[in-house]
Design a protein around this ligand. Structure first.
Ligand SMILES: Nc1ncnc2c1ncn2[C@@H]1O[C@H](COP(=O)(O)OP(=O)(O)OP(=O)(O)O)[C@@H](O)[C@H]1O
Length: 306
């Protein structure tokens, strides 16, 4: 595999002095050719700040980024023609129609496809003559995507591509992105929809407080996380389980052997004639990993440690 993106020890600060904010704290990322890489994280985790560095829209305060083996800031003229960027908010002029917007954008691309082609892809052909400002939020998002596709990019950055889209349009966008992947387009996307990352991504990184907290395939990430069995604390002594704790009258057993421990618990309850009220068994999932990370204490990220 060839690394299309290779980033090491990225740091990004906003502001200066005591009020400086350390938004990206030593991020390492590689994205291979043809991969879909999803960047997840809570609000403010540093996803967009990291994406800006990979896109060459900002220079890292420390660390290095290579895109196609080049510096996306200093070698911008060589890198940019092969890159499509869909920002979180497109900021397109409201007065232009969809087709005028795309024609204008097309003029900035080195080897563009046709406006009709991208209109078809994002399913906006019937809205071509409507002003961008009159479109629904979801339709505007699809114009942003159309602009990112016009240059026939080899590498596509998508910052929350389906936010504001209805479920049917989200699915249509997933199909479009899957088609682009099968054409060999490499993609880096941020999303708050875990099912989107599950459906599209070959690899996932979960950011928290400016750093990558977990990284790997969905399977790697989920397999490294315990499953959980919970129930109301019964008025009798329980058998021994590693990873068992009781809080506010609820018992939780965190386990990497869900089936074995559940069997042990149910067999004990049967023999001891104990009714386990509120019993729930949850296999580890991307959501449980995400929620655990989101609950972790946030490190101080102000200028004091600069
Ligand atoms: N220009 C700026 N000046 C100061 N702080 C900023 C600036 N831009 C971003 N930040 C801060 O940096 C942190 C990371 O922001 P960023 O937009 O990268 O997060 P994110 O993970 O993309 O969040 P979201 O999911 O909400 O889009 C946030 O706490 C944000 O307030």
């Amino acid at each position: 595999m060839t690394a299309i993106i290779d980033a090491h020890n990225l740091h990004r600060w906003y502001g200066h002095g005591d009020n400086a904010y350390h938004a990206v704290r030593g991020v390492d990322l590689t994205v291979d050719e043809g991969e879909v890489f999803a960047l997840l994280g809570t609000n403010g985790a540093g996803k967009t700040s990291t994406l800006d560095l990979l896109e060459g829209l900002a220079t890292p305060d420390d660390g290095t980024v290579a895109v196609f083996g080049l510096d996306p800031v200093n070698d911008r003229r060589a890198v940019r023609p092969d890159v499509g960027i869909m920002l979180q908010s497109g900021g397109l002029p409201a007065e232009l129609t969809v087709v005028e917007t795309l024609e204008m954008w097309r003029g900035t691309c080195s080897h563009p496809t046709t406006v009709d082609d991208v209109l078809e892809k994002v399913r906006l052909a019937d809205r071509a003559d409507v002003r961008v400002g009159s479109l629904s939020g979801g339709e505007q998002r699809r114009v942003d995507l159309a602009c990112a596709l016009l240059g026939r990019p080899r590498l596509l950055f998508l910052d929350e591509p389906t936010t504001g889209l209805d479920p049917e349009s989200r699915r249509a966008t997933w199909t479009l992105l899957a088609d682009l992947k099968s054409e060999g387009v490499t993609m880096v996307l941020t999303t708050h929809y875990l099912d989107e990352a599950e459906a599209l991504a070959d690899r996932i990184a979960i950011m928290h407080a400016g750093a990558v907290s977990r990284e790997g395939t969905l399977r790697d990430i989920v397999d490294a996380h315990p499953s959980s069995i919970t129930f109301d604390a019964p008025p009798v002594a329980l058998p021994e389980f590693s990873g068992m704790q009781t809080e506010a009258g609820r018992v939780e057993i965190r386990t990497f052997s869900l089936q074995r421990d559940l069997h042990k618990l149910l067999t004990w309850a049967d023999v001891a004639d104990v009714h386990l009220t509120g019993l729930a068994a949850r296999a580890a999932s991307l959501e449980s990993v995400f929620l655990d990370i989101a609950g972790e204490t946030t490190l101080a990220t102000t200028g004091a440690d600069r």
